[in-house]
Design a protein around this ligand. Structure first.
Ligand SMILES: C[S@@+](CC[C@H](N)C(=O)[O-])C[C@H]1O[C@@H](n2cnc3c(N)ncnc32)[C@H](O)[C@@H]1O
Length: 243
C-alpha cells in the first residue's frame, strides 16, 4: 500500500457527499462489473439459500445491483449518500429498493442481509472513517462481505493516480488507497472476517496497450487472468465470510 507522508495527506482532498453528488449527471450509465455480479450470485445461493438478500453500499450507478434484481429477482437494496445517484437509479429501475444513508451509520439492524458488497468505496476512506465503514458493513451482513478496491499491482494506474493526487492535478475522486490481495485480506481479518476467495478484473491504460500488442501476435493476457490477474489487473475483490 503506497502511503504519502502524513503531512502530505493533510492536503489530499477527501471527496465529500457533495463532491460525489456532482459526479452524477442527467443520464444513467450502465457500469456493470460482471466479475462482481457473478461472485455475488455464486455466494448468494450457497448453502441452499433460495431467497438471498443483498445490500450494495456506495451503489453509484447501481448497475450491479440492478442486474442482480432484474435478472435474478434477488431481494436487494442499493445504498448511497449521493441523492443524484439514487435519482438516476430510480428512473432506471423504479421498483428497486434504495436507501439514502451514510455508509458509516447504516439504518439497518444487525445481520439484515445475507451478502453485503461494495465496489469503489473502501479505498476512499482512511483511519477512523475506514474503521466505522468496515464495522458497519460487517455488522449488517449475516454471511458474506465482498470488498472490491483498486489493485496495487496495476502499477501504471497506481503511480499515475498518486502523482495526480500529490500534485493536485486533475484527479477528481479524492483519496484512493490501493491494496494487494494480501493487504485486503488483512484488512478484513482485522475485523474478524475470514477471506475465502478473491478475484480481479479490468486493465489500466498501459496494460490494455500491452495486451493489444500481444493480440497482434495472437497472444493475450486473458489466459493469465484467473491465476495471475491479481498481479496486473486494475481491481481486486475478496469474499469474506463472517464467523
Ligand atoms: C466509485 S463510486 C461507486 C461506483 C459503483 N460501485 C458503480 O458501479 O457505479 C463510490 C460511491 O460511493 C458513494 N459513497 C462514498 N462514501 C459514502 C458514504 N460514506 N456513504 C454512502 N455512500 C458513499 C459515493 O456517493 C459514490 O456513489
Amino acid at each position: 500500500m503506497i502511503m504519502l507522508p502524513r503531512s502530505k495527506l493533510d492536503y489530499v482532498k477527501q471527496l465529500s457527499r457533495n463532491g460525489w453528488n456532482k459526479c452524477y449527471g442527467d443520464r444513467w450509465t450502465d457500469n456493470m462489473h460482471s466479475e462482481i455480479v457473478e461472485t455475488v450470485k455464486r455466494f448468494a445461493y450457497a448453502d441452499g439459500n433460495n431467497h438471498p438478500t443483498v445490500l450494495e453500499i456506495g451503489t453509484g450507478s447501481g448497475s450491479d445491483i440492478i442486474h442482480l434484481y432484474e435478472t435474478m429477482g434477488m431481494e436487494v437494496c442499493g445504498l448511497d449518500y449521493a441523492p443524484n445517484a439514487l435519482r438516476l437509479i430510480h428512473e432506471r429501475s423504479p421498483d428497486m429498493q434504495l436507501c439514502e444513508a451514510d455508509a458509516r451509520h447504516l439504518p439497518f439492524p444487525d445481520e439484515s442481509f445475507d451478502i453485503v458488497f461494495s465496489q469503489g468505496l473502501v479505498e476512499h476512506y482512511l483511519d477512523d472513517k475506514l474503521d466505522q465503514l468496515m464495522r458497519e458493513q460487517i455488522r449488517v451482513a449475516e454471511r458474506y462481505v465482498i470488498i472490491d478496491v483498486p489493485n496495487f499491482w496495476a502499477l501504471y494506474y497506481t503511480l499515475k493516480k498518486h502523482l495526480l493526487i500529490a500534485f493536485d492535478h486533475g484527479w477528481d475522486f479524492g483519496w484512493e488507497t490501493e491494496y494487494t490481495e494480501h493487504e485486503l485480506e488483512q484488512l478484513g481479518s482485522r475485523y474478524g472476517l475470514t477471506p475465502i476467495c478473491s478475484y480481479s478484473w479490468g486493465y489500466d491504460g498501459l496494460t490494455r496497450r500491452i495486451n493489444k500488442l500481444l493480440h497482434f501476435f495472437r497472444l493475450g493476457l486473458e489466459i493469465l487472468e484467473e491465476d495471475y490477474g491479481k498481479y496486473f489487473q486494475m481491481s481486486i475483490g475478496v469474499v469474506f465470510q463472517k464467523s
